[in-house]
Write a protein of this length. Structure first.
Length: 257
């Protein structure tokens, strides 16, 4: 009998490190800020009505804090899973992003990330492998169910690149904002991407002046694990999550009939 599993990949809310311009990485004790807590609360109503039967999370506190309101509303535990842990940025952890952007290595992680290893840390190939392995394990445990996984920007982006079938060198083109929801469906194990970077509220679009573009500010293509993304222009689909899931359920039923 055919089975379908839905996996919701949810990035943690905005955290305290945003104001520091530093790369938090796996730094302990990085909590959500006021906006992040509001984002976590908004996810509860945003995902209301979805048939979520399990909630998984990276063990880092900013992810657990984002997952907890939804888990409480669903009367489910938050299952901490190390395979969804933030990238090990090694020597870059805690560094000022504005200074990192001046390094030759920064250009490598932007343009040829498949060949890059963070100094004393992980390679992005290793990140992708462990995250996809973790997701495959989770979805195999939940046939005909929907599960939510709370993780980090680069973890989600490299995972989506895998299921999109695009080279890891192009994963930087995927934008995943804080508290956004991306949805995968597995019908008899075959993956499909239903949507990426769904947001409860549309992002504010800002136009930079020529002077701002010329400023030596941090590149817009910083690691999205914890990085600050000032004035990043983004587009988010206004399509509701409920209608997307309903449409795929219908299509899946038709294909199995």
């Amino acid at each position: 009998m055919a089975d379908t599993t839905f996996v919701l990949l949810i990035r943690h809310g905005e955290n305290e490190y945003v104001a520091t311009h530093k790369l938090a990485g796996r730094t302990a004790g990085v909590h959500l800020n006021d906006r992040g807590r509001a984002q976590a609360d908004a996810l509860v109503s945003y995902l209301a009505g979805q048939p979520i039967s399990a909630v998984y999370s990276s063990p880092l506190v900013r992810c657990v804090e984002t997952a907890t309101p939804l888990a409480n509303a669903l009367d489910l535990p938050v299952i901490e899973e190390n395979t969804f842990l933030e990238v090990d940025y090694g020597a870059w952890q805690g560094a000022d992003l504005r200074e990192l952007a001046k390094l030759d290595e920064w250009r490598k992680v932007q343009h040829t990330p498949s060949t890059f290893r963070f100094p004393n840390g992980e390679s992005l190939r290793e990140v992708q492998h462990r995250a996809v392995t973790g997701l495959e394990s989770v979805r195999s445990q939940h046939p005909n169910q929907a599960v939510a996984i709370f993780a980090h920007g680069d973890v989600i982006r490299t995972t989506l690149a895998h299921y999109l079938g695009i080279p890891l060198d192009l994963f930087q083109r995927i934008v995943i904002q804080t508290a956004s929801v991306s949805i995968l469906a597995f019908h008899d194990g075959n993956p499909a991407i239903l949507g990426m970077n769904f947001l409860a509220d549309l992002p504010k679009l800002e136009i930079k002046t020529p002077e701002e573009h010329a400023s030596p500010a941090v590149s817009q293509r910083e690691p999205q694990g914890d990085a600050v993304h000032p004035h990043q222009p983004v587009q988010a689909s206004p399509t509701s999550l409920a209608s997307s899931v309903a449409n795929v359920v219908t299509d899946g039923q038709k294909s199995s009939e």
